[in-house]
Design a protein around this ligand. Structure first.
Ligand code: FAD
Length: 414
């Protein structure tokens, strides 16, 4: 009955065949931190390819009346279980939504929810501008999906997470009870909220001048020298867009043997000259953060793959943590680190990938050095991976106001 009504209203924009479920499960399998939680996901009732605000408004009205859950979706690349459907839900596909983008007073860019990260980047770069921070999934994910599901990436060395220091200042959202414009701190309530407290229609992110960043490789025989180099570079921070550290095994796999590596490799994107400029190193930009473990897991290098990710290791502790792990496990462990400035402190956002059975040992070293593993897979609700009480409170307040019947991605925000 409801399906007929939606089909009549939306025509071919509403799809509810088996392909919708199949594709949704496939995406979860590909990108989730721990695909074992897929069994918790119910099938989508259908998927609406929304073109404009009126489509969303009408769907929200019907679904609120009948208490049917709705989950917005961009490119579906999110990793922490945000798109696991706890209840049969209607997916709103935002990729067909109108595309608008505008540079405001040279400092912010306003864009609509249909814009991919890459599309906003090309628009800005034509004007000599760049996003402060964008995810390594920039080539296929949407920018509002990044706001609602992500946090860091290229640019996090200089600017931390995109929402720090007024990186994200405004959003226009819609929910079952109407439309709202959120500014400043209030806007933060929709960042990392997984579509639980409003569907973002438009948003504004801070921009910077685009510069001629060149990707360079600086090789080291030992970890101590690589760390010393990273520390030295800090005085030139404003010239450095991105900096990552990889052990030999990881970089060789990622570059498929196309470049010569050493035991430790620092990849630095800078306007200054530090090492060998290598064009094909651009690929590393697509592998920061979750990009790397998605790739390594899907390559099935390990028989029983697992990883610790998003560990913020202070530079001064990196050697004590990583050296014993690498020494004992050799090529049975892969190390990737994105150097970032989070809340003013330079840390190495580290991913350690290995066989599951090695994680008792790996975790014992982390524990000995006082490094918190922020979460262990699986993660299925926001509270498991977002360790920020103030922000969770902001999210809950907005949710209460905008979605009293809890139809927007229900169950994710506790
Ligand atoms: C290879 C790879 C690399 C990645 N690199 C990074 C990285 O560097 N940094 C990082 O932070 N993340 C990263 N991620 C995680 C994820 O890709 C990003 O968060 C991404 O930007 C999400 O965009 P998306 O369009 O795929 O959103 P989706 O995955 O479709 O959605 C993400 C969340 O946002 C919600 N949502 C989508 N659109 C809207 C909207 N208009 N309004 C409200 N809610 C909405 C969804 O319900 C979902 O909860 C990576 C993932 C992969 C697979």
């Amino acid at each position: 009955m409801l399906l007929n009504k939606l089909e009549k209203e939306f025509g071919s924009k509403f799809v509810y065949d088996e392909e919708v479920s199949k594709r949704h499960i496939q995406q979860l399998k590909c990108y989730l931190i721990d695909p074992s939680v897929i069994s918790l996901s119910k099938n989508p009732i259908g998927l609406l390819k929304v073109k404009d605000k009126e489509d969303i408004k009408y769907l929200l009205e019907i679904c609120d009346l009948h208490r049917i859950p709705i989950v917005p979706k961009g490119a579906g690349t999110t990793n922490f279980g945000q798109l696991i459907l706890f209840y049969p839900s209607i997916l709103i596909d935002m990729q067909y939504f109108e595309k608008k983008v505008e540079l405001l007073d040279n400092n912010y860019v306003r864009f609509s929810a249909g814009m991919k990260v890459n599309e906003v980047l090309s628009y800005l770069r034509k004007k000599g501008k760049d996003l402060r921070v964008y995810p390594s999934s920039f080539y296929f994910s949407t920018l509002t999906g990044f706001i609602s599901g992500g946090s860091g990436g290229t640019g996090s060395y200089q600017y931390g997470y995109y929402f720090e220091n007024k990186g994200f200042r405004w959003a226009k959202i819609i929910g079952p009870k109407g439309e709202y414009e959120l500014e400043g701190k209030r806007a933060l309530a929709v960042s990392q909220a997984s579509g639980t407290n409003g569907i973002i229609l438009e948003a504004e992110l801070a921009v910077i001048d685009y510069e001629d960043w060149r990707d360079q490789l600086v090789k080291f025989k030992d970890l101590e020298s690589a760390i010393r180099f990273i520390k030295e570079v800090e005085k030139d921070k404003k010239y450095v867009r991105r900096i990552a550290i990889e052990d030999k095994d990881t970089l060789s796999i990622v570059m498929k043997g196309k470049i010569e590596t050493d035991n430790w490799n620092v990849i630095i994107s800078s306007t200054k000259s530090y090492g060998e400029e290598i064009d094909s190193l651009k690929v590393i930009e697509t592998l920061a953060g979750s990009g790397i473990y998605v790739m390594i897991r899907n390559m099935k290098i390990f028989y029983n793959y697992s990883h610790d990710a998003l560990m913020h290791i202070p530079i001064n502790k990196f050697y004590n943590v990583i050296q014993p792990i690498k020494k004992r496990l050799g090529d049975k462990v892969l190390i990737h680190g994105d150097v970032e400035t989070i809340k003013g402190e330079v840390i190495i956002d580290t991913t350690i990938m290995s066989e599951k059975e090695n994680f008792d040992f790996i975790d014992s070293i982390l524990q000995k050095e006082g490094i918190k593993v922020p979460f262990k897979p699986p993660t299925i609700v926001i509270n498991e991976w977002l360790n920020d009480k103030e922000k969770l409170e902001l999210m809950r307040e907005l949710k209460k106001m905008i979605d009293p019947h809890n139809i927007l991605n229900p169950g994710k925000l506790i």
